[in-house]
Design a protein around this ligand. Structure first.
Ligand SMILES: Cc1cc2nc3c(=O)[nH]c(=O)nc-3n(C[C@H](O)[C@H](O)[C@H](O)COP(=O)(O)OP(=O)(O)OC[C@H]3O[C@@H](n4cnc5c(N)ncnc54)[C@H](O)[C@@H]3O)c2cc1C
Length: 437
């Protein structure tokens, strides 16, 4: 009986091993699609303190890879209450509004802990460190392989059928797939300080109720957010300040700052806000890094794909942190990419060897990825800016009015949280099946 030889399976290269890259990898792995991650750093690493995963992100993570979700649940910090709560941090220290996050949802934890757990799910043979992407080229016309070639700054190359750029806000992959001029991240006129305080000191300063769950303290031109991490042994603190200056004067997104700068900014605020600032570290003369907050609102990425290459996570749609949604968007991207590339792989490996069309299948998958993800992720960038205006009392009457604030903030968060993640994947796969070869 005639038995045709089937095509070699697709191989995907992922550039960058942050949350988006690891998510894309774990999504492909769960669907049996071959991949390699290339990361410029010498190992998995996450800079910064805590992070929280919103309900939509949790849902996407569970569908993406159940082992990834189980690891998240294992190390995430439980919340004392299933509410996100906002306080007038400037005048009264009273609760303005609380929003239900869902049962045992929107959990926080240390970035490094999450990444450690997830990276253990990735075989060491599937990741290469110290690989800094330089450029991508098409195969030579006389090449026996139709794979794309990835060139690294150390002079080595790798080959892949599809490339997913998860290389962050200053993405090189994005530069390579978009026409000139390059998209430039814009300064949002906000900067922040991040710290972890020992929980006993935090409880002594603020009480148990205010430290066992997620709280935000709002006021003119600034806000503070706190939530427990590391099995409630630490309180994660993020202080965000508005900056009248239109540009960030430092060469890098992080710059030298100090606790005294934060203390001065919150000097007129109520006692609880000042107590949180008091928890920031005094070591090294109170020196602290400050982080400029950049996004891609003013100079949006026009599309997330070019041929057989695409961008995901912050490389595509970097947003401010104010709705706690950036990493979650990367996980949603990974879910759609996983479903589409698995479908492309299934179709490709089902056809006879020497058939043509692998490139088109991948291109089609990435086109559909762009169509399904573009508006959703662009909207989050703008909602995030709006939310920060509310937190910083741009309109003090609305910001301090439980009804007005509650209505606006509920809409902004629910637009993100209540998204039909499964419907998105179904739509994407149906569109791909309908239009692919
Ligand atoms: C203060 C703050 C708080 C936040 N809080 C939250 C939150 O609570 N919840 C939430 O969902 N989001 C939050 N976010 C957003 C979230 O942190 C980001 O959206 C997310 O970490 C982006 O992940 P990424 O993998 O896309 O990019 P990155 O984390 O930037 O990873 C990019 C990776 O690519 C590698 N790389 C770059 N260039 C190359 C190259 N040329 N070759 C090879 N490798 C390369 C880098 O080394 C890096 O490892 C917050 C952001 C900030 C700033």
């Amino acid at each position: 009986m005639y038995s045709p030889t089937r095509q070699e399976p697709l191989h995907v290269a992922i550039i960058g091993a942050g949350i988006a890259g690891v998510s894309v990898a774990l999504g492909l792995q769960a669907r049996g699609v071959s991949y390699t991650i290339y990361e410029r750093a010498p190992g998995f690493r996450e800079i910064g303190a805590g992070i929280g995963f919103s309900p939509n992100a949790e849902h996407a993570m569970r569908s993406l890879n159940p082992d990834m979700f189980a690891a998240y649940r294992r190390v995430a910090n439980p919340n004392g209450e299933d509410y996100f709560q906002w306080v007038d941090g400037y005048e009264t220290n009273e609760l303005i509004f609380k929003l239900h996050v869902g049962k045992d949802s929107f959990l926080g934890g240390l970035r490094s802990t999450f990444l450690d757990e997830w990276s253990q799910l990735i075989p060491s043979s599937a990741v290469q460190f110290d690989k800094h992407l330089d450029t991508i080229t098409k195969p030579a016309p006389d090449s026996p392989s139709d794979k794309l070639l990835i060139h690294f700054t150390d002079g080595t190359t790798a080959a892949a059928d599809a490339i997913v750029g998860c290389d962050g806000i200053r993405s090189r992959v994005r530069q390579l797939i978009l026409p000139e001029p390059p998209v430039r991240p814009g300064y949002t006129q906000k900067f922040c300080f991040r710290a972890l305080a020992p929980m006993p000191a935090a409880v002594a300063a603020l009480g148990y109720a205010r430290t066992s769950t997620r709280f935000m303290y709002n006021g003119p031109g600034a806000h503070l957010i706190t939530y427990p991490v590391a099995n409630s042994s630490l309180l994660n603190i993020l202080a965000v300040l508005s900056d009248p200056s239109p540009s960030w004067p430092h060469p890098h997104h992080t710059a030298a700052g100090s606790k005294s700068e934060v203390t001065a900014a919150f000097a007129e605020w109520c006692g609880a806000a000042r107590a949180i600032v008091g928890l920031l570290p005094d070591s090294d003369g109170g020196k602290m890094d400050k982080w400029g907050i950049f996004d891609l609102a003013a100079d949006p990425v026009p599309q997330y794909h070019g041929g057989r290459v695409c961008v995901a996570g912050d490389a595509a749609h970097a947003t401010g942190p104010h709705l706690g949604a950036g990493a979650g968007m990367g996980i949603e991207d990974a879910l759609v990419l996983g479903a589409l590339l698995a479908e492309a792989n299934k179709r490709w490996t089902g056809v006879e060897k020497d058939s043509d069309g692998k490139g088109r299948l991948v291109e089609k998958a990435l086109e559909v990825y762009n169509d399904v993800r573009y508006l959703r992720t662009q909207e989050v960038i703008h909602s995030t800016r709006k939310a920060c205006d509310l937190f910083h009392w741009r309109d003090p009457d609305v910001a301090r009015d439980p009804e007005g604030f509650g209505k606006e903030i509920t809409e902004l968060f629910y637009e993100i949280w209540k998204y039909d993640v499964d419907g998105m994947v179904e739509r994407a796969v149906a569109k791909f099946v309908e239009t692919a070869l």
